[in-house]
Design a protein around this ligand. Structure first.
Ligand SMILES: Nc1ncnc2c1ncn2[C@@H]1O[C@H](COP(=O)(O)OP(=O)(O)OP(=O)(O)O)[C@@H](O)[C@H]1O
Ligand SMILES: [Mg+2]
Length: 301
């Protein structure tokens, strides 16, 4: 509901970026002039091909690195000051990042120690720490892994532990870098529903992903980074996902050439989509396989 009070009361943005650039020390340009305003409670999905700057942008939003150009504020603070340590403890209570690579997130002797690390840092009483760990591990279905060493876990188990270690902090602003990568379907959709519920509960959630199928469930806004490391689109999911040319240009779906009975045609595919199971008239079943691997489907040949 938008009342007169809402219209008149300025709401401080969570993130406010103007012309932000980030250049790594090896001179690699990762972001090249990003304008982005995120308000409290927004559910943003960040789409972009490999190398388009998604992880770099999330690290900036998390106050780990400072822009090398442009202007950026986060939760009312100059982000460069946060990176230098100013009010950093309070900032990191409010903003949590699930890294793309769980090995960066997990450093303790056991999964439970990693999940408890944040709440212990906050100085919470023991029973509160225990309750938060139990809740976070329950959501991610990893209670049985509590006493395991993180480095001995499978890729998907590590990912679940890394997510739990951020959930236990209960941050107001949650940044997720490809959270569903490496997860099995059940865990993926448990997490997708969780992300949606966090949004409904008023948290600000920014998720970088390649998986277009989860976008309508978890986003009220989609920002597309192009391979030139600039924002190519910023709008509602229906509008952005409906723009086929934009998705092809940003390398989020690809034109794929097929040959059936000598007739070539093309149509777009999501980056993770395979042809398996797309059978039927005009479909792409075993008949569409290149001859070199057709024997795999036909033991008689
Ligand atoms: N530590 C680093 N040092 C130097 N260059 C880097 C570093 N990390 C990333 N880059 C470069 O910065 C650019 C953006 O990388 P980034 O990891 O932000 O992309 P991304 O959109 O997250 O990609 P992906 O989908 O593969 O995760 C790329 O060209 C990458 O090679
Ligand atoms: Mg990345």
């Amino acid at each position: 509901m938008t009342g007169a009070l809402d219209a008149e009361t300025p709401v401080e943005p969570v993130f406010d970026l103007a012309g932000v650039r980030y250049v790594y020390t090896n001179r690699q340009v990762a972001l090249d002039g990003i304008d982005l305003l995120v308000r409290p409670g927004e559910q943003v999905v960040l789409l972009g091909a490999n190398g388009s700057g998604k992880s770099t942008l999330l690290k900036l939003l998390d106050g780990i690195i400072a822009p090398t150009g442009g202007r950026m504020r986060a939760l009312g603070r100059d982000i460069a000051a946060v990176v230098d340590g100013f009010d950093a403890f309070r900032f990191h209570r409010q903003v949590g990042l699930v890294f793309q690579d769980p090995d960066i997130q997990l450093f303790s002797a056991t999964v439970l120690d990693d999940v408890a690390f944040g709440p212990l840092q906050l100085g919470l009483p023991d029973d509160e720490v225990e309750a938060r760990c139990d809740e976070a591990m329950g959501i991610m279905e990893i209670r049985h892994l509590a006493n395991r060493a993180p480095f001995e876990l499978s890729g998907g188990e590590k990912k679940r532990a890394a997510i739990a270690s951020v959930l236990s902090l209960r941050p107001d602003v949650i940044l997720l870098d490809e959270p569903t990568a490496a997860l099995d379907p059940r865990t993926k959709w448990v997490l997708v529903n969780l992300i949606r519920r966090l949004g409904e509960a008023g948290r600000t959630v920014i998720t970088a992903t390649h998986e277009l199928d989860i976008v309508p469930v978890i986003a009220d806004r989609v920002v597309v980074l192009g391979e030139d490391r600039r924002v190519h689109a910023d709008g509602p999911p229906g509008q952005v996902l409906g723009d086929r040319d934009l998705l092809i240009a940003a390398n989020l779906i690809h034109e794929h050439l097929h040959e059936h009975a000598g007739i070539r045609h093309s149509h777009p595919h999501g980056t993770d989509e395979s042809h398996d199971g797309l059978d039927g008239p005009g479909g792409h079943g075993p008949d569409a396989m290149p001859p070199a691997i057709a024997w795999m489907a036909d033991p008689a040949s």
